[in-house]
Design a protein around this ligand. Structure first.
Ligand SMILES: NC(=O)c1ccc[n+]([C@@H]2O[C@H](COP(=O)([O-])OP(=O)(O)OC[C@H]3O[C@@H](n4cnc5c(N)ncnc54)[C@H](O)[C@@H]3O)[C@@H](O)[C@H]2O)c1
Length: 333
């Protein structure tokens, strides 16, 4: 039985708690959140009594073999490296961190301690993503040469404010939201991203110091390209849409993404597959437990999380400069 400390008990932690409660080979034994009310409520939801506002205290408690870090993006570097340094296996929410320096700090700490490090890129675990990957790996569409990931939604408040939107807390919109898409493109295409170009604009929230709509073009060393086109500030707020197209040399995959019916279309015809949001979290957390207990490589490694982040940081630079930004030569997807 793997004993887990949950660090961060805000919005996404609710999905994590629901997933942890379904597992028989792991159990959350303690919660830490800087906000005592949140820590206490999360502990109650988990049916446990140990909670604290100091994650360092949690790291010192008996029975904590691993941590699940659901804190704000800019805190990941310090908390994840402290946890790995304390010998805990680490599941850290995406993005791995908000800087490459912090990413390296986490990766090095996990390596030195010999613990598993997995980045919680939940989109990796949704039915449509897994099915698309299975279709690609089966050879049904040939070699992937183009991915278009296009998604919009108004689920971030139109009167944006608070820490969920502050670039200094979250890394900004491109980092915190775009990283889902850059990770998926890398996984599906299976090649090394070599350059990034991006444009952005602030359509609906001019009072904010961040862009609410952006488009990233990615070039891979295989010759493949990907286009990520994303907004979370659509008007009306209730607007939700997503569309993913993966073109291969022998066929294509089309999926409506998170909320709609999914389609796979190739020369054999058309078929559908479905999706449920919680399912991605359930699969992700079960996969983390398996990689720790079975001593296997995590399905999303720290290095993969770092590359997905580097692409978003390159996109931010491209937005600022108007230039194509080259990716580091040491990246391996
Ligand atoms: N996988 C997904 O689909 C998905 C969805 C939403 C959010 N996220 C990610 O999850 C993370 C958290 O997002 P959220 O929406 O839950 O944010 P949130 O603001 O709702 O919750 C963050 C929590 O972290 C706590 N916290 C911050 N610093 C802390 C510290 N030093 N010690 C202890 N607690 C601390 C805050 O008090 C808060 O309760 C982010 O990295 C975000 O990008 C992922």
């Amino acid at each position: 039985m793997l004993g887990v400390g949950l660090i961060g008990a805000g919005g996404v932690a609710k999905n994590h708690i629901s997933a942890w409660l379904k597992l028989e080979n792991a159990t959350v034994v303690a919660v830490a959140d800087a906000d005592p009310k949140r820590a206490k409520e999360a502990a109650a939801a988990l049916g446990i009594t140990r909670w604290t506002t100091d994650y360092l205290q949690l790291l010192g408690w008996d029975g904590v073999d691993a941590v699940d870090i659901c804190t704000t993006e800019a805190t990941h570097g310090r908390i994840a490296s402290d946890a790995a340094g304390a010998g805990k296996h680490v599941l850290v929410e995406k993005p791995i961190a908000t800087t490459l320096e912090d990413s390296d700090r986490i990766i090095l700490a996990a390596h030195n301690a010999g613990v598993r490090l997995m980045v919680a890129h939940t989109y990796h675990f949704y039915d449509h993503s897994v099915s698309a990957k299975e279709v690609i790996d089966s050879g049904d569409i040939g070699d992937p040469v183009y991915v278009r990931f296009s998604a919009g939604g108004g689920f971030w408040r139109q009167d944006w404010g608070g820490n969920r939107i502050s670039p200094s807390d979250t890394g900004g919109n491109v980092v915190t939201n775009g990283v889902h898409a850059t990770d998926l493109c890398n996984w599906w295409i299976g090649a090394r991203p070599i350059s990034v170009y991006a444009q952005a604009q602030n359509i609906t929230s001019s009072h904010l110091e961040m862009d609410d709509y952006f488009m990233i073009t990615i070039k891979y060393d295989s010759g493949a390209i990907a286009v990520v086109d994303l907004s979370r500030a659509n008007v009306p707020r209730s607007a939700q849409w997503a569309s993913i197209t993966i073109l291969g040399t022998d066929g294509e995959i089309t999926t409506g993404g998170q909320r709609d019916t999914q389609f796979v279309h190739n020369d054999e015809g058309l078929r559908t597959f479905g999706l449920d949001i919680q399912h991605g979290f359930d699969r992700e957390i079960a996969a983390f437990v398996s990689c720790v207990l079975d001593r296997t490589t995590p399905p999303v490694t720290g290095e993969q999380g770092r590359i997905a982040l580097e692409m978003c940081l390159a996109a931010e630079e491209s937005i600022r400069t108007g230039e194509v930004v080259a990716m580091g030569a040491d990246n391996v997807s």
